[in-house]
Ligand binder design. Structure first.
Ligand code: FSX
Ligand code: SF4
Length: 354
């Protein structure tokens, strides 16, 4: 049992009325921090938000198992605890008190840095600032250059942080860049884990943090793009329950139809993620199951390379392969059926259904 006057139940009740009260570091409750220090192995996390929509945070705090309360207040797995020292959205502290938690965390020793959103470079990075010093805003670029070299590892949460995403889409007015490009330009070699998805699935974020916490960074089996293979190891198309329809040439011609959504823009054939298996919203469903094509939000070229999102891909080769024009790297899909035949079948099937 915890040897403290403030019980875990007391604290959860105290915090329950306000999600803004969920940062232990920011609340500066020494008894509670001591309780965790004695009972649990901790991993301090500094979560920065660059150019993004905060969807990565919203998605993460919707995590179901463990719950966000477990994640922040008790344990991710028995005996281990993620100590969210700094998070602009959910921490209670503001101003200098909030900013001091970053300095304090760095001074204490190893920590994991999470970056959500991309890093704008144009006009000295003024399009994403977090906190200020001597009346001047601190750009996310400055934060990254300060914290990245000192971090144990960096988790790039979401497509914006991992690959640029929507915030770096053409014409990219803020000159936004993904994390790894910034690190490369400044010779920073801290290991990076990329968790694309706009937003990323909460399990991908929490599971990654939990793995680092329990077994260290080496326990994450990453692919060439720094993505954990456990979540991004397979093509959506290969795991899709509508794959049989695809093989038979049963294609939806409008979004509400329960057939393969390839001809209404599905990017499952070029997107690596486990959505169809893991499901979203507390294992309720995923995009295709809701009769919407995968828009490729976890694809490295999202959104430019996978647009237009709700149109059939341009057919480049009409002999025995379907070729999808993906910017820069055309991805050729062996479909086993000529494109012309495919279109004819779609029409025939649409006519049959009609
Ligand atoms: Fe990007 Fe995060 Fe998409 Fe949004 O901030 S990955 S726009 S869901 O939330 O960075
Ligand atoms: Fe499923 Fe999309 Fe592949 Fe069709 S194209 S099988 S809907 S992932």
């Amino acid at each position: 049992m915890f040897n403290t006057k403030l019980t875990r139940r007391d604290f959860v009740q105290l915090a329950a009325g306000s999600t803004a009260a969920l940062s232990l570091g920011a609340l500066k409750l020494p008894e509670f921090e001591k309780m965790f220090a004695e009972a649990l192995k901790e991993i301090p996390v500094i979560w920065l938000q660059g150019a993004g929509c905060n969807g990565c945070t919203i998605s993460t705090i919707n995590v179901v198992s463990p719950t966000i309360q477990d994640l922040l207040l008790t344990s991710v797995v028995p005996g281990t605890h993620v100590s969210m020292q700094y998070h602009p959205t959910i921490m209670a502290a503001q101003g200098d008190l909030a900013m001091s938690t970053i300095t304090d965390t760095v001074a204490k020793g190893p920590f994991v840095l999470v970056l959500e959103g991309s890093v704008p470079l144009k006009d000295n990075g003024i399009y994403a600032e977090v906190g200020e010093e001597n009346g001047e805003g601190i750009t996310i670029l400055e934060h990254v250059l300060n914290l990245a070299p000192k971090a144990l590892a960096i988790v790039a949460a979401g497509t914006c942080a991992a690959f640029g995403g929507i915030t770096a889409a053409a014409p990219n007015p803020t000159g936004a860049q993904p994390l790894e490009d910034i690190l490369k330009d400044h010779n920073i070699t801290t290991p990076v884990v990329n968790l694309p998805g706009c937003p990323p699935h909460p399990d991908w974020v929490v599971g990654t943090l939990a793995t680092i916490l329990m077994s260290g960074l080496d326990a994450l089996d990453l692919d060439k793009m720094g993505r954990p293979k456990a979540y991004y190891g397979k093509l959506l198309h290969d795991q899709c329950p509508r794959r049989g329809h695809y093989e038979k040439g049963l294609f939806a011609t409008k979004l509400s139809e329960p057939y393969c959504l390839f001809l209404v823009g599905c990017k499952g054939p070029v997107t690596y993620a486990d959505c169809s298996d893991r499901l979203w919203n507390n294992k309720t469903r995923w995009c295709v199951e809701a009769d919407s094509p995968c828009i490729g939000c976890a694809h490295p070229g999202f959104p430019d390379a996978v647009s237009p999102m709700f149109e059939a891909p341009p057919v480049i080769n009409s002999t025995d392969k379907l070729a999808i024009g993906i910017a820069g790297t055309a991805v050729v899909l062996t479909a086993g059926v000529a494109a012309v035949e495919l279109a004819k079948k779609a029409k025939r099937n649409a006519a049959k259904k009609g």
